[in-house]
Design a protein around this ligand. Structure first.
Ligand SMILES: Cc1ncc(COP(=O)(O)O)c(C=O)c1O
Length: 414
């Protein structure tokens, strides 16, 4: 398994990095323990910004944020998901080695690589749920429904899988940078795949235009003016994962790190946890968005205090393709502006070693076969363990109780 994973990483990295850089990222002899990565992690260029607009930790959950997600919306989604034979709670592991190296009380690792094997990520909780709603509501029956979406991969897998299980058809629009391996997996879940030359944003535009022309139902995880109900429902599904974390973690969390693309997932997790902690009269944990260096739309918006597209970076794209988004979904904003405390960005050279470390397993944790878009938060903790200024900036102390989500399984390993 490790060999397959290594070959896959080598191929993906080779597509974006010069040969010499690829060799640096994946040394001949893989270093597979947290401590073995300390020297490398000390060199990872993690950028950090504190959110100047963050509300105090004991602020109530804002009424406007309920538009994004709430405990009540999560409970409705959960009631529906619990009727699915495919739904089960994913594990939350205690990573003692990482906690020890970082010098914190605990590091809890939520493993989404095992969420619905055909999907292999938290996306199964959102896209497939929204597809089921649409398929059930159509008076002509699910078989007459075609759902569409644009995706960097995982959301497309979830929509395709959801359409097949609901008895509907699906079309998934993917941008140039999405791998053929991912396209094959989406087809394997029953969808027709439409490749769009251009960026993720271009694939959304093509999806909307063709769907309007043909009367297809768009199941998008991003909101825009007049299109909120579907992404709200998707957020409610994602929030079920956050509710699982709240129930599985012993004691109160102080920090939650979430990988961020358009921000739907992070806003659903942060919003649910904030609403839940506030209802118990407890301060909310620190909420940290984690993005690739080349696609940092949350950091861009929070630095400016307003939603606008992040500037297009020059140079190669990121291997963290699921997070390769330059435009934040506006639905995330009522949670992000007052709720996020810190934003970090993670360079691609942190990805391969972190994937390998997780695949090697650790005391009491079996191998986690994660994909490249799933590990940026773990990489941030490894870097904070090796970089005292980053650890201090994130206010990680011996009392901290940290949670991270490993968002996806490996494309090649499934
Ligand atoms: C593995 C993985 N993690 C995180 C995200 C981020 O989710 P969002 O785009 O809602 O921020 C994605 C999005 O596709 C993803 O595929």
């Amino acid at each position: 398994m490790l060999r397959v994973l290594r070959e896959h990483l080598q191929q993906n990295l080779a597509a974006i990095l010069p040969a010499a850089a690829t060799a640096d990222v994946l040394p001949e002899t893989p270093v597979t323990t947290c401590r073995g990565l300390a020297d490398a992690a000390a060199t990872w260029q993690i950028q950090h910004t504190a959110n100047a607009w963050a509300a105090p930790a004991d602020a109530p959950y804002p009424i406007e944020a309920e538009r994004c997600v709430s405990v009540a919306a999560m409970q409705q989604a959960r009631a529906q998901l619990e009727t699915w034979p495919e739904y089960s709670v994913t594990p939350l592991y205690e990573h003692a080695e990482l906690a020890d190296m970082l010098g914190v009380s605990s590091v809890s690792v939520k493993d989404e690589s095992v969420r619905v094997p055909a999907v292999g990520s938290f996306k199964a909780l959102g896209g497939a749920l929204a597809v089921e709603d649409v398929a059930r509501l159509d008076p002509a029956g699910a078989a007459s429904v075609t759902v569409t979406t644009a995706s960097a991969g995982n959301h497309g897998l979830a929509v395709a899988w959801g359409a097949t299980r609901a008895g509907a058809s699906s079309r998934v629009y993917i941008a140039s940078h999405v791998s053929e391996a991912m396209a094959d997996r989406i087809r394997g879940n029953g969808a027709e795949v439409v490749r769009v030359e251009g960026s993720y944003e271009d694939s959304i535009a093509a999806c909307i235009e063709e769907s309007e022309q043909n009367g297809w139902e768009v199941i998008q995880d991003v909101a825009w003016e007049g299109y909120e109900a579907v992404p709200q429902r998707i957020n409610a599904g994602y929030a079920v994962l956050a509710a699982e974390i709240c129930e599985q973690s012993e004691g109160d969390l102080t920090h939650i790190f979430v990988n961020t693309g358009v921000g739907g997932f992070a806003s659903a997790v942060f919003g649910l946890v904030w609403d839940h902690y506030a209802s118990l009269g407890k301060p909310r944990p620190k909420f940290i968005t984690v993005e690739p260096t080349q696609a940092a739309c949350a950091m861009h918006c929070l630095r400016n205090g307003a939603v606008s597209p992040a500037p297009k970076p020059s140079g190669p794209g990121t291997v963290q393709t699921g997070l390769d988004c330059l435009e934040l979904t506006p639905l995330a904003w009522p949670v992000f502006l007052p709720g996020v405390t810190d934003c970090v960005t993670v360079p691609d050279d942190a990805v391969g070693p972190t994937v390998e470390m997780l695949a090697a397993g650790s005391d009491g944790i079996g191998p986690i076969i994660a994909g490249e878009s799933g590990v940026a938060s773990v990489a941030t903790l490894l870097a904070a363990a090796a970089q005292p200024e980053l650890k201090a900036a994130l206010q990680l102390t011996a009392e901290s109780r940290v949670a991270v989500v490993i968002c996806e399984g490996s494309v090649s390993a499934v």
